[in-house]
Write a new protein. Structure first.
Length: 333
């Protein structure tokens, strides 16, 4: 049975999910902040700005009017940068008639408040039992091209998690369900910080040993923070934990990894950011994750050193030296 779906955000991931949902037989409208992308989708059946080379489903429609996008929507998929989630949800709120299920497909933590996207959506008037999260190891271009992808859909209740699971599942996308919302969200956020750190190491010319070390110790930091917040440890051993971490740290389609590579090769953070049209969420979220860890009294050495590189102009080579010169300790404690 088809459902009316609104996808809010027409970047690469939003467009990939929108064309998948339309291909599943759902009347789908995607909202774009600018007319350039909306016109390209409607007239050329392609988002040449954020997802070039991918032919989009003929049933997908685009608009710059958020009210039009949300009209009669039974599902609302939020795919905006994390720093824009609250503003966009507040803009959308007056049009959320009939209590649709709102699904966050954005990975991030809000600055200052340190709230996850689930919590931000809840703040904006959506009851927690109508919110879902979708996350996991997934590059937009590969999914949109029909390449096999596996993710996880999470909600506070199994019923809603399975509803979201069914909505997104397709021949190309296998979806598992979970009720560990915080675990799924934290895994999806902190892995972006680790992808930048891995990119920096690779950019400096360090080898596979260093890359494996950052990924492994990065997972330890993710688990330390997530379990303190109430997550189940097995979630971080799954798709939204180690799965997403490995993909983002090693895959060259990762914007966060590419950002780190450029920093490691000597480019200035400000210059890289100025030239990027698509957001590398890990840059902003390094600061937010550091704030959250400090609030919870959790030590995250890779996050802290990444913050110093990105925000305090610490030389990347010195950052590696500081990580390796920390006091010796047991691996698990």
């Amino acid at each position: 049975m088809s459902s009316n779906v609104a996808v809010i955000g027409a970047g690469s991931w939003g467009t990939a999910l929108a064309t998948l949902l339309a291909g599943n037989g759902n009347p789908t409208t995607i909202w774009s902040r600018g007319s350039e992308v909306a016109d390209l989708i409607n007239e050329k059946r392609e988002n040449r700005v954020y997802l070039p080379g991918i032919k989009l489903d003929e049933r997908l429609r685009a608009t710059t009017d958020i009210g039009v996008a949300l009209a009669d929507a039974e599902y609302v998929v939020m795919v905006v940068p994390s720093h824009a989630m609250r503003e966009t949800m507040e803009q959308a709120a007056p049009f959320l008639a009939g209590s649709p299920i709102v699904v966050s497909a954005s990975k991030g933590i809000e600055d200052e408040s340190c709230k996850t996207m689930f919590q931000v959506i809840e703040d904006c008037g959506v009851h927690s039992d109508r919110i879902g999260v979708i996350s996991g190891p997934s590059f937009a271009a590969e999914l949109a091209a029909g390449q096999p992808t596996v993710v996880v859909a999470a909600a506070e209740t199994q019923e809603v998690a399975e509803t979201v699971q069914t909505l997104f599942a397709s021949q190309a996308l296998r979806v598992y369900s979970s009720t560990d919302v915080i675990g799924v969200e934290i895994g999806g956020v902190v892995k972006n910080v680790m992808a930048i750190a891995t990119g920096v190491s690779d950019g400096l010319g360090h080898g596979h040993n260093a890359r494996a070390a950052i990924i492994t110790r990065g997972l330890a930091e993710i688990m330390r923070l997530a379990t303190k917040l109430g997550a189940r440890s097995e979630t971080l051993s799954g798709l939204s934990g180690i799965g997403d971490l490995v993909l983002t740290c090693t895959g060259d389609l990762s914007r966060n990894r590419q950002f780190g590579l450029r920093v490691g090769r000597g480019e200035r953070v400000e210059e890289i950011l100025a030239g990027m049209r698509m957001v590398a969420e890990g840059v902003r979220n390094t600061k937010a994750v550091k704030q959250l860890a400090e609030r919870e009294g959790i030590e995250l050495p890779i996050v802290n050193i990444s913050f110093q590189v990105l925000y305090e102009n610490l030389d990347p080579s010195e950052a590696v030296t500081r990580l390796f010169s920390r006091s010796l300790k047991p691996e698990f404690r």
